[in-house]
Design a protein around this ligand. Structure first.
Ligand code: ATP
Ligand code: MG
Length: 580
C-alpha cells in the first residue's frame, strides 16, 4: 500500500511522463509485473534521512502509487559497524511524516542473511565463487585498470569442496577481519571493473544491531541488493546514477538466482527485478553526504541531526517545513539522468507557498522601539479586529487590544527618509495594521541620537485602519500593545553555509564555509495569543516571516519560536538577483 496523506501535489496526468514512468508503464502493460508493480525504498540505517532521500522516497512510493502497486520499505542493513536501531526508527518516522506508508511491506536485509548465505554456498558449489586470501591492497592491484585485464587471484581455481569448507570457516569465526573474503568468479578481463570477481562476502567481527552476534560474515551491497529485490518480488528497482556501472553485476546475480529457481512467481509470471538509475538531488547552500552531516553532529557544529538548519527531514520538520511543501519540491525538480544542483530558494518558495495558505497571522516585534499616542488617555484600552489568515476566510478574525503605548520595529522609523519611504518619520502618517492611522509628530532621542520614543497622534475615527475621509495611506506597519505584550524566545535561522557549493572545492574544508549567522537567538515582543501556540504549530509573524513553535524546547504556554523562512527570498536580494 502506498499512500500520500494529501493529494494536492498529485496530478500525474498534468505533466509529461518521465523516463522511469515510461519504463514501468511499458513493463506493466507487457505483463512483466505479474499484474503488480512493486518498488522499494532501501535506506541503510546508518544516518538520518535528508532531502535527497525525500526525492528517492517520492519516486519509489510515487511510482508504486501511480501504478496501483506497492512500495516496500527495506532497511539495507548489511554493514553493522555504522547501523543502529535509533537510525532505523527515525527512518520510519520520517517516511510517515512525509506522508507515505509501506503498510505491511516492511523488510530488512538482515532477515534474509540465512538465505543469502545459502545462495553464496550454491554459487560456490557451481564453481561461481571462491574464497580469496589477498589483502585489500593486493586485491586492488590484481584487479587492475579498465584498459588492461586484471590478474587472477592465486586461489581463483580452488575446488568447490575446498571453497565451501573455507567459507564455512569464515562463517565460524576462524579468520580475522580482512584475512579473506568470498568473491564471485566472473571475468578478470572485463572492461567494467565491478565485474572483475567482485567481493560478495566479507568478514566483519561486529555485532549487528538487529541480530546481535549471529554473524561475523556479511554480504556486500552488490550481492545483497539484487537478492533482496528478487526475494521480495520487486519489479522495478530505482536508484541513483552512481549505481549504473553496477547494473551488469546486478543482472548477473539475478541470472544466477533465476538458475537456482529463486525468482518469485506472481500470477504465473516469473518476476525478474530490473534496475534503473536517476540523478541524485543536490541543493545549494548545504551538504548532503551522510559522512559530512555526521561530522557536523559529532563536532557539535549543529545541535544534533534534527537541528533546524540541517537538510535532514527531522531538521526540516523542526524548522517548520510542511511535508506537502517537501513533496511538491521533489515533484517539481522532476526525474532525469542529468547531474544538476537545484537552487535551495526553490525549496524555500515551496515552503512559503504552503505556509501562506495554512499559517495563522499574528503580530510580534523583534527589534522594538516605543511608540506613544499622545492624544490617548493613559490606561485607555481600544479593541480592534485582526484577520487570522487573509488566504483562508474560514480562519476568521480575533480581537487585539491597544492603548497609549505600543512597540513597533525600529527599522520602520527613519529620521531622514528617502522619498519612497512610506513608513514612520516625523510629519508622516502610517497605518498601524488593523488598529488606526497614526501621524508622527516628534521623537525623543538620547544624547547619541538613538531614538527612544516615537510620538504622535491618532484619529479615533480611523479605528480599523481606514481614513474616515477615504484618503489613501501607503505605509502599513505592525505593532504590539506595550501593556499586554509578552516576551517569547525566538531563534532566527538562516542557511547553514554561506556559499552555494560548500563541498565544491578541494582546497577548503566544507566546515570553513559555515554561516556564522545561521542562528541568531533573540526575544520577540508578542501579542498574548502567541503564548498558546502548540509545538509544531506554524505562524506568520506579520511582515517578518514564517515561524513555528519548536517541538522540543517549547513548554505548555511558553513556546519557543523557530524562524522557518523569511517572507521573501532575502538572499536573492542581497546578491542582486531580484527575488520576489
Ligand atoms: P551512503 O553513503 O550511506 O550509501 P546514501 O545517501 O546513498 O548514503 P542510502 O541509505 O543508501 O544512503 O540511500 C537510500 C536510497 O536513497 C538509495 O536508493 C539512494 O540512491 C537514495 N538517495 C540517497 N541520496 C540521494 C540523493 N541526494 N538524491 C536522490 N536519491 C538519493
Ligand atoms: Mg547508499
Amino acid at each position: 500500500m502506498s499512500t500520500a496523506s494529501t493529494s494536492e501535489t498529485d496530478h500525474p496526468s498534468a505533466t509529461p511522463k518521465h523516463f522511469l514512468e515510461q519504463w514501468i508503464e511499458a513493463d506493466h502493460a507487457a505483463g512483466r509485473t505479474g499484474g503488480k508493480v512493486v518498488t522499494r525504498f532501501p535506506p541503510e540505517p546508518n544516518g538520518y534521512l535528508h532531502i535527497g532521500h525525500a526525492k528517492a522516497i517520492c519516486v519509489d512510493f510515487g511510482m508504486a502509487k501511480e501504478f496501483g502497486g506497492e512500495c516496500h520499505l527495506r532497511l539495507d542493513d548489511t554493514n553493522p559497524s555504522k547501523e543502529s536501531d535509533e537510525f532505523a526508527q527515525n527512518i520510519k518516522e520520517d517516511i510517515h511524516w512525509l506522508g507515505w506508508d509501506w503498510g505491511d511491506c516492511f523488510y530488512s536485509a538482515a532477515d534474509m542473511f540465512d538465505e543469502m548465505f545459502e545462495i553464496a554456498e550454491n554459487l560456490i558449489r557451481k564453481g561461481q565463487a571462491y574464497v580469496c586470501f589477498l589483502s585489500q591492497e593486493e586485491w586492488k592491484k590484481y584487479r587492475g585498470i579498465p584498459t588492461e585485464p586484471g590478474t587472477p587471484s592465486p586461489t581463483r581455481d580452488t575446488s568447490p569442496e575446498e571453497n565451501l569448507r573455507l567459507f564455512h570457516e569464515m562463517r565460524d569465526g576462524k579468520y580475522a577481519d580482512g584475512e579473506c573474503c568470498l568473491r564471485a568468479k566472473i571475468d578478470m578481463a572485463s572492461p567494467n571493473i565491478h565485474f572483475r570477481d567482485p567481493v560478495i562476502y566479507r568478514i566483519h567481527h561486529v555485532p549487528h544491531y538487529h541480530l546481535g552476534n549471529k554473524w561475523c560474515v556479511y554480504p556486500m551491497y552488490d550481492f545483497a541488493h539484487p537478492i533482496e529485490d528478487a526475494l521480495e518480488g520487486v519489479t522495478h528497482s530505482m536508484c541513483t546514477l552512481e549505481f549504473e556501472v553496477h547494473r551488469p553485476l546486478y543482472d548477473w546475480v539475478i541470472d544466477r538466482l533465476d538458475e537456482m529457481g529463486k525468482l518469485v512467481v506472481r500470477n504465473g509470471v516469473k518476476i525478474r527485478p530490473c534496475q534503473r538509475e536517476f540523478s541524485r538531488l543536490n541543493i545549494t547552500y548545504t551538504v548532503m553526504s551522510k559522512r559530512k552531516l555526521l561530522e557536523l553532529v559529532e563536532r557539535k557544529l549543529v545541535c544534533g541531526w534534527d537541528d533546524p538548519r540541517m537538510p535532514t527531514l527531522c531538521g526540516m520538520r523542526r524548522r517548520g517545513y510542511p511535508p506537502e511543501a517537501v513533496r511538491a519540491f521533489c515533484e517539481g525538480v522532476g526525474v532525469t539522468k542529468f547531474i544538476s544542483t537545484t537552487d535551495v530558494s526553490i525549496l524555500e518558495q515551496c515552503v512559503r507557498e504552503v505556509l501562506n495558505r495554512t499559517a495563522a497571522r499574528r503580530m510580534a516585534v523583534l527589534n522594538p522601539v516605543k511608540l506613544v499616542i499622545d492624544n490617548m488617555e493613559e490606561g485607555q484600552v481600544v479593541s480592534c479586529d485582526a484577520v487570522n489568515n487573509p488566504e483562508n476566510p474560514d480562519a476568521g478574525t480575533r480581537k487585539v487590544v491597544f492603548g497609549r503605548e505600543m512597540w513597533v520595529e525600529r527599522d520602520d522609523f527613519m529620521k531622514d527618509p528617502p522619498k519612497k519611504f512610506f513608513r514612520l518619520s516625523v510629519g508622516r502618517e502610517v497605518r498601524l495594521k488593523y488598529a488606526c492611522l497614526f501621524t508622527c509628530t516628534h521623537i525623543v532621542e538620547d544624547e547619541k541620537g538613538e531614538v527612544l520614543e516615537i510620538h504622535g497622534t491618532w484619529d479615533p475615527a480611523s479605528l480599523g485602519g481606514n481614513a474616515p475621509d477615504g484618503h489613501s495611506v501607503r505605509g502599513t506597519i505592525h505593532w504590539v500593545d506595550a501593556a499586554t505584550a509578552v516576551k517569547l524566545p525566538v531563534r532566527l535561522y538562516d542557511r547553514l553555509f554561506c556559499v552555494e557549493e560548500p563541498d565544491g572545492d578541494s582546497e577548503h574544508d566544507f566546515k570553513e564555509y559555515l554561516n556564522p549567522r545561521s542562528i541568531v537567538k533573540t526575544t520577540a515582543l508578542c501579542e498574548p495569543s502567541l503564548q498558546v501556540f502548540k509545538p509544531g504549530e506554524p505562524v506568520q509573524f506579520e511582515r517578518l516571516g514564517y515561524f513555528v513553535a519548536d517541538s522540543k524546547d517549547s513548554a505548555d504556554g511558553a513556546p519557543v519560536f523557530n524562524r522557518t523562512s523569511t517572507l521573501r527570498d532575502s538572499w536573492a536580494k542581497q546578491q542582486g538577483k531580484g527575488g520576489k
